[in-house]
Design a protein around this ligand. Sequence first.
Ligand SMILES: C[S@@+](CC[C@H](N)C(=O)[O-])C[C@H]1O[C@@H](n2cnc3c(N)ncnc32)[C@H](O)[C@@H]1O
Length: 213
Amino acid sequence: MLDYIYEISPVFDHLLKSIKKIALKMNIPIIKEDTLLYLINLLYIHSPKKVLELGSGLGYSTYTFSKYTPQDAKITSVDLSIETINRCKDVLAVSKYINKISWVHSDALDYLKNNTLDYDLYFIDALKSDYPAYFNTILEKADENYIIIFDNLYMNGKVKEKNNPNDKRGEIIDNFNRKMFIKYSRNFVFLPIGDGLGIFTNFNRCEFIGIKD
Ligand SMILES: C[S@@+](CC[C@H](N)C(=O)[O-])C[C@H]1O[C@@H](n2cnc3c(N)ncnc32)[C@H](O)[C@@H]1O
């Protein structure tokens, strides 16, 4: 079905399709098509004015945030690699939404720790083993009324691999998922979209039920 939507939906425009082609060629991970469709829907509903993306990649998701947010929205995209950021800028140079985007060359956790967190939407797609720290830092520093979206919470199945001495990321994300379900059952959903999409909402109309661990 996704193939069909990909073929006929104008959402997958020329630029997105060419970014995807380059990403496949260069083996750069990008969000999956169903993730992208869900994100666009979420952006239409919430109209965030300030978006923080952790992990720019090839600009596939950055472009989506810049295209489907209000005209005066600002997108900040943080990446550890300056080559990645420069490549993103090149790829998105033809986009008419590029002026909405600022790139920051930084470790994502450092950025969260050292900057004011007044974003409406956080998109987490950087270092998987730092996901718990990203979440805790946002929770500690940001005010209410924001959404955090986590990509890759299924880790291509790695969350089910226990005791892999060479790669602890699956175990870290598995523990994170389990904790989120217990501790934030009213604020967190794990959707079987793409490679596992986590949505944490912290609006003042929601309340934590605060089960202690
Ligand atoms: C999966 S890619 C992002 C894909 C992008 N969101 C998309 O869908 O188009 C992950 C990115 O995170 C960056 N990254 C890895 N570790 C990081 C860290 N500690 N801080 C910031 N960025 C990091 C990598 O350089 C890479 O560009």
